[in-house]
Design a protein around this ligand. Structure first.
Ligand SMILES: Nc1ncnc2c1ncn2[C@@H]1O[C@H](COP(=O)(O)OP(=O)(O)O)[C@@H](O)[C@H]1O
Ligand SMILES: [Mg+2]
Length: 327
């Protein structure tokens, strides 16, 4: 049985703010995604969700920790191993339009795969394969083939990208905010499509900032806060019996979910000696760590709140339901 295992993955980025330092985008995140399982990864903007997706897709290299697929460390693949990995593990991202080149027909995204994976397939077999993939995502070939991206709706664009993943022998799909850009009716269609694919054995990491969407599709839920797991467990436990204050706060905001979240909802991390000030540009939880400031330079005055690289300890509240200590 194939399994994707994320083990103590940390990622530090050079902060883009004037305060400098390092942004701990991920702090020792561990979980495994089993065959046919849907995990919702939920957290506010800047909590590290996309970074996890990118680490899994090998678009970002972790600072420490490992990702293994079927027991193999994905950072150690040969070119051929990587090609096989991408046969099984694919991503679809938030803004479907950006995945297309506007000067080519949208279905060119299929042709690019053909060169790498199906170079020896006959035209007839290839066309059959595309028809089957489009059928699987409930797209009518004549509605989408030979069209330019701008001639397709957001839902059609998104489904075409899912179809592209399905051309391969995909077993794990990283779906990063793929519903966010869609209108309400299309959302339900794409969600139902994901449920159907799950029933056929696809594992999905469903990344969202929208709790209600997560609740709808997933078996398990991970609540991410400042790059660390705040709470993880079966979705019905997380939603029905949340334990972490942060999860409760998110759930209490659910009626307002369709408004854009304001970052002020998330307070600074209280630490001994912290004067309560939060650095950064206010658009994301950019929290410098271990600030190596120049004592003579600017920015050496006020102490900067520091988020420890070490994530809060997780305790098992009930079987399979882990809750982080307050931070
Ligand atoms: N390439 C990068 N360089 C510097 N900082 C980054 C980069 N990518 C992400 N970050 C930072 O890492 C943190 C997590 O980002 P991200 O994973 O995109 O969060 P989310 O998807 O939850 O909104 C944020 O503070 C973000 O600013
Ligand atoms: Mg993101």
């Amino acid at each position: 049985m194939s399994e994707l295992k994320v083990h103590e993955v940390s990622k530090l980025f050079q902060a883009t703010t004037r305060a400098g330092g390092l942004t701990p985008a991920l702090r020792k995140v561990s979980f495994e995604l089993r065959q046919g399982e849907v995990i919702s990864l939920i957290g506010e903007s800047g909590s590290g969700k996309t970074t996890i997706g990118k680490v899994i897709l090998r678009l970002v290299r972790p600072s420490s920790g490992t990702v293994t697929y079927d027991g193999k460390d994905i950072t150690r693949y040969s070119a051929r191993g990587l090609r096989d990995y991408y046969r099984h593990v694919q991503g679809v991202f938030q803004d479907p339009f950006s995945s297309y080149n506007p000067i080519y027909h949208a279905d060119r995204v299929f042709d690019l795969l053909r060169d790498v994976y199906f170079a020896r397939l006959s035209d007839a077999a290839w066309n059959d394969k595309i028809d089957a993939a489009l059928h699987a995502v409930a797209l009518n070939p004549s509605d989408v083939l030979g069209k330019y991206p701008h001639e397709l709706s957001g839902g059609q664009q998104q489904r075409l990208l899912i179809a592209r993943a399905l051309l391969l022998d995909v077993r794990v799909l990283v779906a990063d905010e793929i519903i966010s850009m869609l209108d309400a009716s299309t959302r339900v269609d794409v969600l139902n499509l994901l449920v159907k694919l799950k029933q056929e054995g696809l594992a999905i990491l469903f990344i969202t900032h929208d709790l209600s969407l997560g609740n709808y599709v997933s078996d398990r839920t991970i609540i991410l806060r400042h790059g660390a797991i705040a709470e993880i467990g079966p979705t019905e436990m997380i939603f029905g019996n949340p334990q972490h204050d942060y999860t409760k706060m998110l759930l209490s905001a659910v009626p307002e979910l369709h408004k854009k979240w304001r970052h002020t909802a998330l307070g600074p991390v209280a630490l001994p000696g912290d004067d309560g000030a939060v650095s950064g540009n206010g658009s994301a939880a950019v929290i410098p760590v271990a600030v190596p400031s120049n004592p003579n330079g600017r920015g050496a005055t006020a102490p900067v709140p520091v988020i420890p690289l070490e994530p809060p300890v997780l305790h098992e509240f009930e079987p399979g339901h882990l809750v982080a200590e307050p931070e």
